[in-house]
Structures are given as structure tokens and as C-alpha cells.
Design a protein around this ligand. Structure first.
Ligand SMILES: Nc1ncnc2c1ncn2[C@@H]1O[C@H](COP(=O)(O)OP(=O)(O)OP(=O)(O)O)[C@@H](O)[C@H]1O
Length: 306
């Protein structure tokens, strides 16, 4: 028997008064999967998370989390989900250790305080008051609290904002570890590298709608072209190049850039042409599309619609 998805969203619409923040979106998250919900500022990611966490009642559509209605049946799933909000409210005068202790009282089968501190690298801050923590240290405390109850499903809203690169990578490796143990994650982030590193599936939102969705590798492959760049000699401009089927050429100062969905064929044609015409291709570089290219394309199309 195949396991049911841990999250099912069908035709979700969320309105604030007359304003539609989430506009008919559908997606599923499978057990053990990391699903990245990406999008431009104000696209509707946090609103979607709020619905899935049971804080908002959908205006339309259906939502199931661990096979329950998260709004009407939140108590039934609360012990199995962990939530890391963008801005958690802490008691500023409690120390980090006291905060974890206080949270443990409301948590079924919680991790120990020492284990929690070690998990996120906050051992040396156990006696520091929350008000004196740096932004990145607060984020670490947020994460420690989100995983305190050993959740099966974790909601992470921009989990590494404010972390230095070293702490960010440590968080990724911790998250990758709990995923290997079977935890599923719904993640929002503005760091494309983070989404690429962690997520199996991705949905990109713009103005309340999902505009790209699928397995990470497919979304990248379908969504943006490979870039071949080089510096040619002064007499070689874009109009001297042969026509590469399915590709377009852009001039950026002395650098020519070919964007292509058929990198192998285009590269072969370019090298053959250069050889036959004795053109030197300086600094020749082939760069595969990245998630960031896809995201920027989505954002540019969104701006064009407005
Ligand atoms: N309580 C609210 N009342 C009215 N409008 C709201 C409310 N909460 C959010 N919005 C609006 O809904 C839209 C979606 O907001 P949301 O926070 O879901 O976006 P987001 O994708 O998480 O953005 P960001 O990347 O900037 O965090 C925004 O235009 C926001 O201003």
C-alpha cells in the first residue's frame, strides 16, 4: 500500500477581505519529502503555511495535513507537526535554557534541553537571555523549538535568514539528517541555493498562484536555458554568429551570451563555426541553468503582467 501524502492542497484560495492572497493553488507533499514553496515577496507563501498549520480557515478549497483538516482538527495533529515561524514570540527575559524548559512542558515526548542546545549549536548560550541573542541565534532557538517534539512533519518559514554561511550549512546538514530519518518538510526560503540543496520538489508562487511546479531537477531543466558565454575579438558581434536552432544570443559589452535549451548541439555548432572562421573564443564558459535563473524568469514575467 502506498502511503498517503502528508500534505494535500486542492484549489486553495485565501482572502483577506476583498484581497485574494492565495488564488486556487494545488500541490501535494509525500512522506519523507522536502517540498520548497518559493515565490516573490507577497506571493502568498506564509499565508499558505498559515492555512496548513491550522491558523487560518481556507476561503475555498480543501487542505489535508497528516490526513486531517488542520483548522478543524488541529489538536489531533499538533503532536506530530513542528512549526518554525518567521517571527516567533519569545519571553525576552527568559534564558535560552529556560525557554526550552518552558516549551518542554507543553510538548509530548520532548527532546532534552542539552540535546536541543547541541542540535542547533547553542550550547554556549544556555544562560543568555533571549533579548540578548543575535538574529541568527534566535533563528537557531526557533529551530530547536520546532523540532523539540520530534515532529513527523516540519514547517520551516525562512529557517536560515540571518544565519552566517557556516551556521546555514550546519542547519542544512542537520535538516538533511532528519529527512533521512523520515521527517517531511515544507520549506519557504528566499535562498535558492538552500532550496536546491534541500528540496526534492518545488513550487514557485507569484501573486497568489503557483506558476512552476514539479521535481526540482525538472523545474530547473524546463524553466531556464543553459548559458554559453565567451569574449570574441572586436570584429565578432552577435550578427556574425550562425543561427543556432532554439537558441538566442545576447550581447553584454564585449561578452556574447547564447541561451539555449540544447547545450550540446549549440556548443558543437559554436566550436565548429569558430574553428572554420578562425575566431578565438576567450573565457568560454558553459553554465547550466540554476533555480535562481528560473526564479528570476518568473519574477520578470510577473512584473511584465502588472
Ligand atoms: N492579515 C492580512 N491582512 C491583509 N493582507 C494580508 C494579511 N496577511 C498577508 N497579507 C497580504 O497577502 C499577501 C501575501 O502575503 P504572504 O505573507 O503570504 O506573502 P509571502 O509570500 O510569505 O511574502 P514574503 O516573501 O515577503 O514573506 C501580501 O500582499 C500581504 O500583504
Amino acid at each position: 500500500m502506498t502511503e498517503k501524502p502528508v500534505i494535500e492542497v486542492h484549489g486553495l484560495r485565501q482572502k483577506y477581505g476583498d484581497f485574494t492572497a492565495v488564488d486556487d493553488i494545488s500541490f501535494q507533499v509525500q512522506p519523507g519529502e522536502v517540498f520548497a514553496l518559493l515565490g516573490t515577496n507577497g506571493a502568498g507563501k506564509t499565508t499558505t503555511m498559515d492555512v496548513l498549520e491550522g491558523y487560518l480557515k481556507p476561503s475555498a478549497g480543501t487542505v489535508r495535513v497528516l490526513d486531517h483538516d488542520p483548522f478543524a482538527q488541529r489538536a489531533k495533529i499538533a503532536d506530530r507537526i513542528g512549526v518554525m515561524l518567521q517571527e516567533a514570540g519569545f519571553f525576552q527575559d527568559l534564558t535560552v535554557g529556560e525557554t526550552i524548559k518552558a516549551w518542554r512542558r507543553f510538548t509530548v515526548n520532548p527532546r532534552g534541553v542539552a540535546e536541543s542546545l547541541e542540535l542547533v549549536g547553542l550550547e554556549s548560550k544556555a544562560r543568555t537571555r533571549v533579548r540578548w541573542l543575535s538574529g541568527g541565534e534566535r533563528r537557531k532557538l526557533d529551530l530547536a523549538l520546532a523540532v523539540l517534539g520530534r515532529p513527523r512533519l516540519l514547517f520551516l518559514d525562512e529557517p536560515t535568514t540571518g544565519l552566517d554561511p557556516d551556521a546555514r550549512r550546519a542547519t542544512w546538514s542537520y535538516l538533511a539528517g532528519i529527512v533521512r530519518e523520515g521527517v517531511s518538510i515544507l520549506l519557504t526560503t528566499h535562498y535558492m541555493e538552500e532550496a536546491e540543496f534541500l528540496a526534492d520538489h518545488v513550487a514557485i508562487m507569484d501573486s497568489g498562484r503557483i506558476v512552476r511546479q514539479g521535481p526540482m531537477s525538472e523545474v530547473i531543466a524546463r524553466g531556464a536555458d543553459t548559458r554559453i558565454t565567451f569574449r570574441a575579438d572586436a570584429s565578432t558581434r552577435a550578427d556574425r554568429l550562425p543561427v543556432f536552432p532554439g537558441a538566442r544570443v545576447e550581447e553584454r559589452g564585449p561578452v556574447l551570451e547564447i541561451l539555449t535549451g540544447e547545450p550540446q548541439a549549440t556548443l558543437l555548432a559554436l566550436l565548429t563555426w569558430a574553428e572554420q572562421n578562425s575566431v578565438g573564443l576567450q573565457d568560454l564558459e558553459v553554465r547550466a541553468a540554476s533555480l535562481e535563473d528560473v526564479f528570476l524568469d518568473v519574477a520578470a514575467q510577473g512584473r511584465a503582467v502588472v
